[in-house]
Design a protein around this ligand. Structure first.
Ligand code: ADP
Ligand code: ZN
Ligand code: ZN
Length: 723
């Protein structure tokens, strides 16, 4: 009887063997349901081994192999296997993360009772066919476009390659436009010289692996470069994977991509999708019916049989790194994936991560620069406002206030950027010293006046704002410090004639709310915006000409060695929102350190100088990207338990005796207590990636063999971003 080897989502680094009467090699990559313990689990068949360590008589039969969907291809299995190996995570957990839940469940599909997502897939298929029929203004495209493999062979079969290419290209570009939605088609602008050079360099390098770092100032038209490259792939009948850091960014980009390629099947993949939609998108990618997969980090796991190009927008963004469970970096996996498939990958950013920048400097990545903006002639003017001897009104200085007034007079928009949401970070009692500590975390609960709650931003617990001090009964309790709500309130008082709009996670809890806020800004329904980092990325508002930054100094002296890099990126991004169209932009940064090199480099838009200085400092201090790190984190009801586990781990690490490896002492995490658990961490560091990886392999094995207390949890984070 055939044996099938199955990856199951369990926290064990092993696969499980079962028998399956009718299994064949074709079933490798298929979802399967199997008995497990007293219940049942779903996983993916990763192999059909001829031998097993288990006594064959004791193997249990699988319950159901899902054959209604194409099997996941070998290159996909290799991708998840690599992720499992590199991030030292159980294969089954990576599989569980990579597969949409609906697909993974591998439910039995009875003829009269089909999976809802399969229904949708069929509906989707029908809709697609209908679209293609409608777009058959180009009959040629209709024939060629019916199924991907056919399209390619048909292209080859037809005489006059150029003519076919043209027709196809018109098909992708105007496809649906011939039908009822003709107005939706967006014309491609003429490329700037720099854009043209970038497209030619990347396209000219041919179809093989190369990692490109596209360093383009804000507004330089990186997206246009992506679209041109994507267009070439589509014309060749191939697939494109486009990663963006945040779900919040997808609607604008989605509209732009769909507007440019109305004939293409653009599929979105992100965690905000309903289960059915995510499964459908995944299956369309798997079956080669999706032309462009546009998504957040989990989209890096999309199976793409016709893949020709990977684009990673805002490659420096921390949200490419998953911060829980399997802590993978989608950007890094994207580069691996491109290498695996022998296709180019383009990492784009105005402020590349220092990791990518170093690769570009050393020649491992190929560097392309866009130094000028595509539309506006100039970058915004960046100036510091020295607040050392200046009275501030709820954080707002006189010069910033005047600058806002000037914009109002010209009917332009201003953005006040403050990376702290809520009304005030602390509520306190001046008479007894009580502060709004979170009962579950080593953090303060934040005052939210909008809905009159005290809320912990770490564990989410909240309560009504007390009317008097809970300890001494004093009624004069005060909010300390300020967040976006407080600044919003003050701006509304200072400029009663202006429409003030706040854009942060509290104002936009859902994608729909976020889209409607953005639409209001774009529609000119707001004069002054108050926003957090959510506002920093990717948005394009032609009438926004002033960005005022308050409260940035805190990051200059943060304990995290990546804080300056993040601050520079954030300020460059948010500053880049100013003056993107024909109106000149201005960025005003309120600071008590106007001469700090970071602000000076920022004022000159000199990323290169900033990066050079930062890389030097990191080299001197022995920090990444010059070294490679992994962080072992443990949490337990008591700090002692967590630290004791890490001490054992440290002893095990030292035993293995790999001297070039540095094993630090276990320390409590900065936010030690989170949701009633005490947390500690242990850093290991090496000068070479391979060295670290080799060590982690043996160390993880030793750690898994430990009998840790039942209440203790631990995880390993390779290439951690928070240390
Ligand atoms: P980036 O992603 O580099 O910040 P975008 O790709 O969003 O920049 O482009 C900024 C603006 O410039 C957008 O409004 C875009 O439509 C416009 N744009 C880009 N390239 C061109 C071009 N070649 N000609 C005219 N407008 C362009
Ligand atoms: Zn009190
Ligand atoms: Zn809390």
């Amino acid at each position: 009887m055939p044996i099938v080897r199955v990856a199951l989502p369990v926290p064990l680094p092993q696969v499980f063997d079962y028998t399956a009467e009718d299994a064949s090699e074709e079933d490798v990559g298929r979802c399967v349901r199997v008995p497990f313990g007293r219940g049942e689990k779903s996983g993916v068949i990763v192999a059909l081994p001829s031998l097993t360590d288990v006594d064959p008589a004791r193997l249990k039969p699988v319950r159901h192999i899902q054959r209604e969907v194409a099997a996941l291809p070998a290159d996909w299995l290799a991708l998840v296997a690599f992720a499992a190996q590199y991030y030292h995570a159980p294969l089954g957990e990576v599989v569980a993360l990579a597969l949409p839940p609906g697909l993974r469940r591998a439910d039995a599909v009875a003829s009269d009772e089909r999976d809802p997502w399969l229904e949708v897939t069929d509906a989707g298929r029908a809709a697609l066919a209908a679209t293609r029929r409608a777009s058959a203004a180009l009959a040629l495209v209709a024939t060629l476009g019916s199924e991907p493999p056919m399209r390619r062979s048909a292209v080859r079969a037809l005489p006059g390659g150029a003519a076919v290419g043209d027709a196809l290209r018109r098909g992708w570009l105007v496809g649906r436009a011939a039908g009822p939605n003709a107005a939706a088609v967006a014309a491609a602008p003429r490329l700037t010289t720099e854009q043209q050079a970038a497209v030619e360099a990347i396209a000219g390098a041919g179809e093989r692996f190369a990692a490109w770092l596209l360093h383009g100032v804000t507004g330089s038209g990186k997206t246009e470069v992506y679209l041109r490259l994507a267009e070439r792939a589509l014309v060749a009948g191939r697939q494109v994977l486009m990663l963006v850091p945040e779900i919040a960014l997808t609607p604008q980009l989605e509209a732009r991509v769909a507007g440019r390629f109305p004939g293409a099947n653009v599929v979105s993949l992100h965690s905000g999708l309903a289960e059915a939609a995510r499964s459908r998108g995944f299956v369309q990618a798997l079956e080669g019916r999706a032309d462009i997969v546009l998504g957040t980090r989990l989209a890096v796991f999309a199976p793409l049989p016709r893949l020709a190009l990977i684009l990673v927008d805002e490659e420096h963004d921390a949200s490419y790194k998953q911060q829980e469970g399997v802590r993978y970096s989608a950007r890094d996996l994207a580069v691996w994936r491109a290498h695996q498939r022998g296709v180019p990958v383009v990492l784009g950013s105005a402020t590349p991560s220092l990791e990518s920048w170093m690769h570009a400097r050393s020649g491992r990545y190929r560097l392309l620069a866009l130094r000028t903006r595509a539309v506006s002639e100039t970058l915004p003017t960046v100036r510091s406002i020295d607040t050392r001897r200046m009275p501030l009104d709820e954080g707002i200085s006189g010069p910033l206030r005047e600058a806002i007034a000037a914009r109002l007079a010209r009917s332009e928009q201003s953005l006040v950027f403050l990376n702290r949401r809520g009304y005030a970070p602390i509520l306190s009692c001046p008479s007894c010293g009580w502060v709004s500590d979170c009962p579950h975390c080593s953090a303060k609960r934040v005052v939210h006046l909008a809905d009159r709650r005290l809320r912990c931003h770490h564990c989410g617990c909240d309560a009504a704002i007390p009317t008097a001090c809970p300890v001494c009964g004093n009624q004069d309790i005060r909010p300390l410090g300020r967040g976006t709500q407080r600044v919003e309130a003050r701006l509304a008082e200072l400029f009663p004639e202006a429409r003030v709009l706040r854009l942060d996670r509290d104002a936009a809890r859902t994608r729909a709310q976020w889209e409607s806020l953005l639409a209001r800004v774009a529609g000119g329904e707001a004069d002054i915006l108050v926003g957090t980092q959510m506002m920093a990325k990717g948005h394009d508002f032609p009438r926004l000409t002033l960005v005022g930054v308050i409260g940035a100094d805190a990051s200059l002296h943060a304990a995290d060695f990546r804080a300056p890099e993040r601050l520079f990126q954030q300020l460059m991004q948010v500053g880049g929102r100013a003056g993107r169209a024909h109106l000149p932009g201005e960025v005003l940064i309120q600071t008590e350190y106007p001469d700090h090199p970071l602000y000076r480099h920022l004022a000159r838009h000199d990323y290169d100088a900033f990066a050079a200085r930062e890389l030097d400092e990191r080299r001197a201090a022995g920090f990444p990207p010059h070294t490679f790190q992994a962080m072992l984190r443990a949490d337990a009801p008591t700090l002692d338990e967590a630290l004791a586990f890490l001490e054992t781990a440290r002893a095990l690490a030292l035993e293995s005796g790999r001297s070039p490896l540095r094993v630090f002492d276990p320390v409590p995490m900065r936010l030690t207590r989170l949701a009633r658990r005490e947390r500690a961490q242990l850093l290991v560091e090496a000068d070479e990636r391979a060295l670290l990886q080799g060590f982690l392999g043996t160390w993880m094995q030793a750690l898994r063999a430990q009998r840790a207390g039942r209440e203790l949890r631990w995880q390993i984070d390779v290439d951690p971003l928070d240390v």
